[in-house]
Write a protein that binds this ligand. Structure first.
Ligand SMILES: [Zn+2]
Ligand SMILES: [Zn+2]
Length: 330
């Protein structure tokens, strides 16, 4: 058989031998009267291995819990990664692995901007670069306001340093599905050559899973060598994860000519490419997509016919694989 005349680039090429860890990395403690230990307990009951705590920078100077309180709530089976949600002019940005002070953000100025309508410089100029160079994992959250404006978004200063786009944000889906479900914007960005990983998060402001702003309706399954902050952040940056609203993927395999995926509880697998075009759709728990070499990118979306994401909003149980780049050699 002739060799394919194209190259395939996928974060899943390097997941053999890695363990998988389930976690949420956009969450807030504000609202409920809970402690980091309570959050640990709730997360373990919700079968999560790690939590990224990302309170708003404009709440940071008045948070009741210190970093030590959070780190003390860890044990060998449960990892806490601290970060924050920057109130950046392009939108809310998750900065995972670094605090505001480590990225030049002034939380008190951010708080006064919000609470007192002051126009203080909270340090957003150059923030993305400082955070990136400091080793943080960066994601643009609930980006619905950029829908139809991908070109403008991609040309924002340093936006190329942002690793991921939230295509599912449970908190916003609780308000309106179109507001929290933005897979169309990801396709717009990828089509224009943007390089962004697909992400789903609860953005929980409550830790009650019966509520639409509860904790586990969107999460990531990360492939990493161990459950440490460095390993999880490195894998998130490299795209070694998939995003889910409650559908678990059993196997992902990318070869030089196809993308294979299987998930026991899945009823439909769809493959999408440039422009968000549907390339192929398969009923059932497994599928293999054969690349033609013309796609530029292919991403897989899985859906279960029954059940819904935790919470009251009836969002289907889905999983989104990271886009695979298909680069023509000619
Ligand atoms: Zn936000
Ligand atoms: Zn948030």
């Amino acid at each position: 058989m002739a060799e394919p005349q194209f190259d395939v680039i996928s974060p899943y090429n390097s997941i053999d031998g890695l363990d998988s860890f389930r976690g949420i990395w956009h969450s807030h403690l504000a609202g409920d009267n809970l402690s980091p230990d309570d959050v640990h307990e709730i997360c373990r009951a919700g079968r999560q291995d790690f939590v990224g705590v990302t309170d708003h920078d404009n709440r940071y100077s008045i948070l009741p819990w210190s970093a030590d309180d959070w780190y003390n709530a860890q044990d060998e089976d449960f990892l806490v990664i601290l970060g924050f949600e920057a109130t950046h002019p392009i939108g809310h940005v998750t900065c995972l692995g670094l605090g505001p002070d480590e990225t030049g953000i002034d939380p008190e100025a951010a708080r006064r901007n919000r609470d007192e309508k002051m126009e203080l410089d909270a340090g957003y100029g150059g923030f993305l670069r400082r955070a990136y160079e400091g080793g943080a994992f960066l994601a643009l959250n609930h980006p619905h306001r950029w829908r139809g404006e991908a070109e403008a978004l991609l040309s924002e200063p340093d936006f190329d340093l942002v690793h991921a786009l939230e295509i599912y944000n449970g908190n916003q889906v609780g308000k309106a599905t179109a507001q929290g479900y933005t897979i169309d914007l990801l396709d717009e960005c990828l089509t224009l050559g943007g390089e962004l990983w697909v992400a789903a998060n609860p953005d929980c402001h409550s830790w009650d899973d019966a509520r639409s702003d509860g904790p586990f309706n969107g999460y990531s399954v990360v492939f990493a060598p161990d459950l440490s902050e460095d390993a999880i952040i490195e894998s998130l940056k490299a795209g070694r994860f998939y995003a889910s609203t409650g559908l678990e993927v059993d196997a992902i395999r990318v070869t030089p000519d196809r993308l294979e995926v299987s998930a026991t509880e899945c009823d439909r697998i769809a493959f999408f490419g440039e422009g968000g075009a549907l390339l192929e759709e398969v009923e059932g728990p497994e599928a293999a997509y054969h690349f033609t070499g013309e796609e530029r990118y292919v991403r897989a979306e899985l859906e279960a016919a029954s059940g819904s994401a935790p919470g009251p909003d009836d969002f289907p149980r889905m999983a989104w694989l990271q886009p695979v780049g298909v680069i023509s050699a000619t």
